[in-house]
Design a protein around this ligand. Structure first.
Ligand code: SF4
Length: 414
């Protein structure tokens, strides 16, 4: 066996990539942008931010003089299925001079949203089919998802729940809180409740406390989770008072939703640290989006930057088959390549699980590059992140385990 030097073992990252990676990981504040005249106290007030969202094509045209034809047509589309709303804070993250700005792609409507590709659906994950009462999804044995509201701080153009959120002209969704809580109360198998929407952190502190308190009082509920994009769209909402309130309901986990390292600003990091300081474990769910994060350096920078915000990258979702989102979708082949660019090349904590939420309601299915090449009763052949092959002997109790696991008493080979 030849002696390896340190440089044999670890391929040095090309300098250009490393510089790009570090540039993407820099924490910045974009200040107040077009809103310089606004008082600091107003700017830092989450209700001011909500009240002054950009919601019309005309406002957008004034702020982004060079809208592309696709954006212009999308922003002025009257019967747009998903409303537009962008908080002033999040708007400052947009580069108005760059039509390919990854932040811009996520929140500015485009005419492509009216193009429905083959296989796309209004409810691709069949949430309605798995809703025993309106606004509550019970797809997995021991957990439910409760839609608390149909409002978000800003609206993501690829949203899986575009059919429900934003209270657009064709929407008629009204959460039925009493029915939802009653279902959880009488369904003893539910030990985990995810509060989602829409964004539950848009509730006032009092309303949120009431909801959390009612769920926490159900004896068989062990874990409460909140799904939110507020720390990214509206970090001003994460106040000391909110955090003091949230810590009353532990064990409480929060899943945030961030897709690009530029979303992790100084303000967002401060908000996330406040939540972490309140003892709340934080995870992130990203959606793999064309022109946003389908680049190995961007993805790695994002995952590493999340860890610096004390957030564990949790899931990377293949974009759901939502009507009008074909322009966002990246092939699964490319998604697997991107995952390969992470595993082994950065901390395991920085590697999310790549999943497809199966069309038709099959739930989240993890997919990963082929690391296990062959599996027999005697051994497993593995490939590491560098493409080198290794064999691991199968422990002797394999036969018994296989027979016990298989209803027909047969061995499992693949
Ligand atoms: S924050 Fe979540 S629910 Fe709201 S629009 Fe974005 S993806 Fe949809």
């Amino acid at each position: 066996m030849s002696m390896s030097t340190q440089t044999d073992l670890v391929d040095a990252e090309p300098l250009g990539e490393l510089e790009r990676l570090n540039e993407l990981k820099r924490f910045r504040s974009h200040g107040r942008g077009f809103w310089q005249e606004v008082a600091e106290t107003d700017w830092n007030d989450w209700r001011w931010q909500l009240k002054h969202r950009i919601t019309t094509g005309e406002q957008l045209r004034q702020l982004v003089p060079v809208l592309t034809p696709e954006e212009h047509a999308g922003a002025f589309l009257n019967e747009n299925r998903l409303a537009m709303a962008i908080t002033p804070y999040f708007f400052t993250l947009i580069d108005p001079a760059d039509p390919n700005c990854p932040i811009r792609r996520q929140v500015i409507p485009r005419i492509e949203e009216t193009h429905v590709s083959a296989g796309e659906m209004l409810d691709p994950c069949a949430e309605e089919l798995h809703s025993p009462v309106p606004g509550l999804v019970h797809r997995y044995p021991d957990r439910v998802m409760l839609f608390a509201t149909d409002r978000c701080a800003s609206y993501c153009r690829y949203c899986t729940r575009a059919r429900l959120v934003s209270h657009g002209p064709q929407h008629d969704f009204h959460p039925q809180l009493e029915q939802q809580l009653d279902y959880i109360q009488r369904t003893k198998t539910v030990r985990d409740v995810l509060i989602s929407g829409g964004d539950p952190l848009l509730f006032s502190d009092e309303k949120l406390a009431d909801l959390l308190g009612r769920i926490r009082s159900i004896r068989h509920v062990e874990l409460i989770r909140i799904g939110t994009r507020v720390p990214i769209f509206l970090p001003q909402r994460i106040t000391n008072q909110l955090c003091t309130g949230l810590r009353q309901y532990h064990p409480l986990f929060i899943s945030i939703h961030s897709n690009h390292p530029s979303e992790l600003t100084i303000e967002a990091r401060h908000a996330l640290w406040q939540l972490a300081d309140a003892g709340i474990p934080l995870g992130n769910q990203s959606v793999l989006l064309r022109g946003v994060n389908d680049d190995p350096v961007v993805l790695k920078a994002h995952m590493q930057k999340l860890l610096m915000c004390r957030v564990k990258p949790y899931y990377l979702y293949q974009c759901d088959l939502v009507s009008g989102t074909g322009h966002f979708r990246v092939s699964v082949r490319k998604g697997l390549e991107l995952m390969k660019s992470l595993r082994g090349y950065t901390s395991g904590y920085a590697v999310p699980t790549y999943v497809i939420d199966a069309p038709g309601g099959g739930g989240k299915i993890p997919i990963s590059p082929e690391y296990m090449l062959n599996y027999t009763n005697d051994s497993i052949v593995l490939r590491n992140y560098e493409g080198k092959l290794f064999e691991y002997p199968e422990p002797a109790d394999n036969t018994v385990l296989c027979q016990a696991a298989c209803p027909h008493g047969e061995y499992l080979h693949w």
